[in-house]
Design a protein around this ligand. Structure first.
Ligand SMILES: Cc1ncc(C[n+]2csc(CCOP(=O)(O)OP(=O)(O)O)c2C)c(N)n1
Ligand SMILES: [Mg+2]
Length: 376
């Protein structure tokens, strides 16, 4: 158990951060062990499941006209969501579990937090058993039972929210951590800077995780920031910032693990940038005609799943038949998940506004309990 903040006591005043205001620079040399064989296989499976599920949604169901909203996928970026989400503490109870604010390219985070693929499919198809019960048809979804804060469409707005979650952890005296995911485009928004500054000043336990896929819709990264790395922005807030290869699962696992240890110990936030590439358009309706083909070719050769798979094959941890078996099981499970989602009802028209707006003020004790609250 980390020494810094542990056990849930009575709520108390937020302590003033002590010590030097600038522990910035790189993440200190934490003792970060490499993942064992079982964990490596689990992460490979999560990456493959994520890609297969997104492929169904983007390339099949969307084109069949079965998806209600827009589709944004993280193809080529799976190592970031998986290598980070594996560090989220879960299943240990409300006072122990971490919390996470995923971005719109972090399907793996939803899966790893325990949301079943069929519920994600129901969400995309606008069915009443989707995470927003048919209120939205894409990644604007969350579920606090899975410790997932719903993705806020306005870029950068989830950063102060993630910092706020971390503030409650400090006030309660627990050692929980808030994980916050976003793209490099979000880092040029005002809320992003305010959220980072607040987290830094209060030394809050947040791990800020940026996927720098080099495009924000059609805007290349060089057209929206003058620093070379997103992580350079950390110096402005006196926190550690690091850049690493986002297509290298082990690099992601290592950096996030270090940042989590630091946060759990009570040493405050870190800003991690993982360089990668968006192997699609911005969304299913965008053909990415503005991206030079050579960039897709170059990054296609750095595919994170292929890369991990080759490493595991070389080490003898898996063989080709085992990989084929893993893929076949994933596809069979997804066949069932799609069939289940297609059988789900749409919400009743008269229910459509339930849970959209807050009903009643503080102490609205007569509100029906259960599924019908906006924050889910
Ligand atoms: C404030 C704001 N401006 C514009 C948009 C429309 N929009 C949604 S995602 C996106 C690109 C985001 O780029 P980035 O933050 O790099 O994330 P990526 O999609 O590359 O993962 C844009 C412009 C928005 N949602 N919010
Ligand atoms: Mg981007």
């Amino acid at each position: 158990m980390a020494a810094g903040r542990k056990g849930r006591g009575r709520p108390r005043a937020v302590p003033r951060p002590e010590g030097p205001a600038r522990p910035a620079g790189r993440l200190e040399d934490e003792d970060m062990p490499a993942p064992d064989d079982a964990l490596l296989l689990k992460m490979l499976h999560s990456m493959k499941l994520t890609r297969a599920l997104e492929y169904r949604i983007e390339r099949k169901l969307y084109r069949q006209g079965k998806i209600v909203g827009g589709v944004y996928v993280g193809r080529g970026q799976e190592a970031i969501s998986v290598g980070a989400a594996v560090h989220i503490r879960r299943g240990e109870g409300e006072d122990r579990d971490d919390i996470v604010s995923p971005s719109h390219r972090d399907m793996a985070v939803f899966l790893m937090q325990g949301v079943p693929p069929e519920r994600i499919l129901a969400q995309y198809m606008g069915r009443s058993t989707g995470l927003t019960r048919g209120r939205d048809g894409n990644m604007h979804m969350g579920d606090l039972r899975h410790r997932l804060v719903a993705f806020i469409s306005h870029l950068g707005d989830s950063i102060p929210v993630a910092a706020g979650c971390a503030l409650t952890f400090v006030m309660r005296g627990t050692d929980q951590v808030s994980f916050c995911f976003f793209g490099e485009g979000a880092t040029s928004r005002g809320d992003w800077h305010e959220g980072l500054n607040f987290a830094a000043v209060r030394r809050l336990p947040v791990v800020f995780i940026c996927n720098n896929n080099q495009y924000a819709y059609s805007t290349h990264v060089t057209r929206q920031m003058r620093v070379e790395h997103v992580s350079d922005r950390a110096a402005g807030y006196g926190i550690p910032g690091e850049t690493a290869d986002g297509n290298d699962l082990l690099a992601v696992y290592d950096r996030v693990g270090r940042a989590v240890r630091r946060a759990r110990r009570g040493d405050g936030p870190s800003l991690l940038e993982f360089v990668t590439f968006r192997m699609t358009g911005h969304s299913a309706h965008d053909d990415a005609g503005y991206v030079p083909k050579s960039e897709f070719e170059e990054w296609g050769r750095k595919d994170p799943i292929e890369r991990l798979q080759s490493a595991l094959l070389r080490r003898g941890l898996v063989d080709r038949p085992a990989l084929a078996g893993m893929e076949a099981r994933i596809e069979a499970d997804l066949d069932e998940a799609v069939a289940w989602a297609e059988r789900q009802p749409y919400p009743e028209p008269e229910e459509c506004l339930d849970g959209v707006y807050h009903e009643g003020g503080p102490g609205a004790g007569d509100r029906p309990q259960g599924e019908s609250t906006a924050w889910r």
